[in-house]
Design a protein around this ligand. Structure first.
Ligand code: MG
Length: 292
């Protein structure tokens, strides 16, 4: 199934997308829960409860789609340097403070987080900070895993049973902050720096371990890779994260970005106001955001 969050007539809704992607049936949810998008539905799934009743279908073109998890329950977990070719381009860019302590390829997953308030939905603007703050803003197309059943100490062999599904995340980054502060949290967490959507796709509809991720800036292809090429695959990421941190339903893990980010070009090709960034993942759809 595909679960979309949207606003209609001033109300927040979460609903089931039709097979032809033309319509949505809202779930019968109290407004306070509907404002959390798909999160209460994933929590019901994790508790083994049936999903709420569906209401009459409306056309998707008549509603304003928001991020499927407009305010995730906590920080979004993200993975750095998780494709071989991207690890090399980033280490070679001079912006990688982590490269000084070792080689290009990490021996263990590099995990950082983005604050929940950085999330915006499809079509929402990625806001450029003032030039004195940063003018080194970059895109990162990524498959994001949505945890269903939570847990701690999850073995890699059992990990896929904890995946509810997937969505698209664009891990927007202020490269100068990522480098200067030697910690990625701030430069990854600026307001609007986590476009997410257009909806969640359940794991029975999509094998996230073998799908293709692409990114276009103003229609020009910049990234194109398969998630089969991840250095640390989804089971390994879940095993690593859950070893010491209990995972909860609705947790988001952005799995890393492939080669082709702006910093990989010489000179770098940063985002500018007026650009449009589109991320596509086979089996999910596309996430497009203008830069303002
Ligand atoms: Mg990233």
């Amino acid at each position: 199934m595909k679960i979309v969050a949207f606003r209609q007539n001033g109300q927040s809704c979460a609903g089931l997308v039709s097979a032809d992607l033309q319509q949505v049936q809202p779930f019968d949810l109290p407004q306070a829960q509907a404002e959390l998008g798909a999160l209460p539905l994933i929590e019901m799934y994790a508790r083994g409860e049936p999903l709420p009743a569906l209401q009459a279908a409306v056309s998707l073109s008549d509603v304003q789609i928001t991020a499927p998890l407009p305010r995730p329950r906590r920080n979004i977990f993200c993975v750095g340097k998780n494709y071989f070719a991207h690890a090399k381009e980033f280490a070679g860019s001079g912006f990688d403070s982590s490269a000084k302590s070792g080689g290009d390829i990490p021996a263990d997953p590099i995990i950082f987080t983005k604050v929940p308030e950085s999330v915006v939905g499809p079509g929402a603007a990625i806001t450029m900070p003032a030039a004195r703050v940063s003018s080194a803003i970059d895109y990162e197309a990524e498959l994001a895993v949505i945890i269903g059943r939570g847990g701690k100490g999850i073995a890699a062999a059992d990990a896929m049973a904890h995946v509810w599904g997937y969505t698209i995340v664009n891990d927007i980054t202020a490269r100068d902050w990522q480098s200067r502060h030697q910690q990625w949290h701030m430069g990854k967490s600026f307001d609007t720096f986590c476009p997410m959507g257009p909806w969640l796709v359940s794991a029975d509809e999509l094998d996230g371990t073998k799908t293709n991720v692409r990114c276009y800036v103003n229609g020009e292809e910049r990234q194109n890779a398969s998630t089969a090429d991840l250095i640390f695959d989804i089971p390994k990421l879940i095993e690593t994260l859950s070893a010491g941190i209990t995972l909860y339903p609705g947790d988001v893990i952005a799995t890393g970005t492939p080669v082709g980010v702006g910093i990989g070009f010489k000179p770098p090709r940063y985002l500018r106001a007026g650009d449009v960034v589109r991320v596509e993942i086979d089996g999910i759809g596309s996430l497009e955001n203008p830069v303002r």
